[in-house]
Design a protein around this ligand. Sequence first.
Ligand code: AHR
Length: 489
Amino acid sequence: MSSDITSIVADSRIGGQRWDRMIFGHFIEHFHTQIYGGLYEPGSQLADDRGFRMDVIEALRELKTPIMRWPGGNYVSDHHWYEAIGLNRIPSYNKAWRVPEPNTFGTDEFIAWCREVGCEPYICTNGGNGTAEEMSNWVEYCNGRYETRYANQRRQNGNDRPFGVRYWGIGNESYGDWQIGAKTAAEWGPYVAESAKMMRAVDEDILLSAAAVPDSEWTMGLLRSAGRYLDLISIHGYWDHLSQVENPSDYMTAIMSCESPDRMIAETRNVIGAAGFTGKVKIAFDEWNLRGWHHPDGTGDDKIKARDLNDVPSTYTMADALFSASFFNACLRNADVVTMANVAPTVNTRGPLYAHKDGIVRRTTFHAMKMYVDHIRERMIDARVEGPRLGHGAKSVARVDAIVSKDGAGTTVTIVNRDPTAKADCRIMLDGQTLRGEFSVDILEGNSADAFNSVEKPNAVAPRRAVVQDKDEAFSIPPHALCMLHIPA
Ligand code: AHR
């Protein structure tokens, strides 16, 4: 086989792991214009009478959004849920993001918004300066069935029936000194155990996650103390670190991070196994994005204003789309242990959607996500991918990444060509047969590796349907492209 050919070998006659649609989940935070000016904009011509931007909601329905994690993120380590309910909302100062919080988009608004989108709510509680009691009282406010203090507050606020919030997280990145109320590894396990006990005492049917990292000291301690109360552990990944200086990495630098999600998942899987929780505790990769958010330290108006730099459209190129595709492939390859993932965030900042006063822009990552949501079939088939690597400086990644999925109607081979300039020739062997012939494909490529969508050019990058034919038993995938090749049963 020529050294330039990538070989994709899959056998659908063995196994077939089903995957959880929650891996196409989302995260939204009270940061910059994600909530106020993003999904919630009372008075906007594009909002309904509750202030929900309906264009944002319709786009999230296109993505079949399964779950939304809220209200943070760093924000939540200084958020008190009871300040954002009821008739008279008093603004509070959020010490995490160092700005006033109007508290007009609180629990009741979030639940109503999720119902409008058609997604599950996933509430991350304050594991910073919050307490186990505050967390469990939030569960009672949402899910309480009896005539008790917090359930009655929900009723007084117009919601007689329990919200039935199933997904709850304990804390956000409490391991990091950037968090208000950060904890040590020795403190975190017992704190989570107590919080989980109290939350489950209110509603034993909730699904619980807690902040973790692919690090044995922190996460082994967490699982030893609280693993018996948990359904998932939460890990986060951002690879282009831009919190202090906004200088987004170029295409090739960014692409060199494409294999890191696989490594993070493998490390976390190993810690879960070492702690004896294989099959019992799953992974929620509940914040991920190629680009870290820009939010320089400090309280000066210039530091707050600098957050606008997150919205420069040219930042979000085919690198973001192909990193996202590589991330989804990592989750799908590990569908036995990764049962949730949440792009961080959904709208504005680094999200797949950008909302402006006259409408929305579907960034390159939106189209990549939609292709996965629309075309990945119900079972993952083990696939072996072998081929040339793509180098940049001292780093390299496989030039082509691929996964294979199958259902009763057929098989889809999902191929990512990470090369910025060269097509990739791929030989596909399925169930012992070399694939030949003509097949329909969905392709996302843009006209260059640096192509992006903007308000002025919202469709510069958009998926297209085409037909490919093998040449000498190899299929040519264009450069910087995500390609889904469909093989009917
Ligand atoms: O930059 C955004 C922050 O990244 C989120 O609020 C936090 O969870 C993570 O550190």
